[in-house]
Design a binder for this molecule. Sequence first.
Ligand code: SF4
Ligand code: SF4
Length: 281
Amino acid sequence: MTAPINRIINYSAVNGPGTRSVLIFQGCNFRCLYCHVPDTLGNCNGCGVCAYHCPVGALRPDAPGIIPQWLEEKCIDCGACINACRKDSSPRIRRMSIKDVLDHIMEHRRHIRGITCSGGECTLYAEFMIDLFPVIRRQGLSCLIETNGTLDFEKYRELLDCCDGVMLDIKAADPLRHMELTGRGNEEVFHSAQVLARMGKLTEVRTVVTMADFGARETVEKTARILRPYLRKNDILYRLIPFRVYGVRREYRNLGTPSRKVLEELRDLALSAGFTKALIS
Ligand code: SF4
Ligand code: SF4
């Protein structure tokens, strides 16, 4: 079995506790306006356009419909291919097997506490993770998931059994605002929040806060209401993430970063609504 991996960040301190290697899976079923890794959203159709924009000939076009061959040793990491792509994809994606991932992770084994599967939306590759996690855990490493919550986790208990925790993005409480922000409704997201909390796997919820009003107060309140029975018992963290312009597509860069005061009010709201831990980062 293989999965398309956009890249692996060898060392990250912001994708779960401790230093972790992060697998960025390719493809997402949301289209969040503020996505800071938009080259992970789509799937390459092999148009070959990127190859003509590469300044150093690191992309070799193959047949139409086939992703260009990426000559990694020539690549200067300029990003021109990603800017040229109209499919929100990248020609540098690699299809990796469980062994490929394990071999890569083992090169960094001594310096990490575990891995985090992210994206894109990593749960589009739930079967891959079900095979991967036991292999990684046998090395004494923990396995976490970052997700938009669209997977029906009740049907994937096997995945939860072999993962150490799930960090869930909750983008907006209001279904229309959620649709405007992501292109999809939020019913399954709140359902996942409850399922994950009930199974003791929800470690963290996250909301990106923008100046553009997507109802952050309402989102914090609704999330706390839905998770109330589990908040103390499971010690779930609420992370409020200020919008950052870095990586965001040009047309959405004006969503605006909220003031520290706004973020602190939301953090205090989360704490007063029952979360035992809330932070801004
Ligand atoms: S990465 Fe984008 S531009 Fe390059 S071949 Fe694939 S779809 Fe075309
Ligand atoms: S990032 Fe690498 S492959 Fe892409 S255009 Fe630049 S040199 Fe070429």
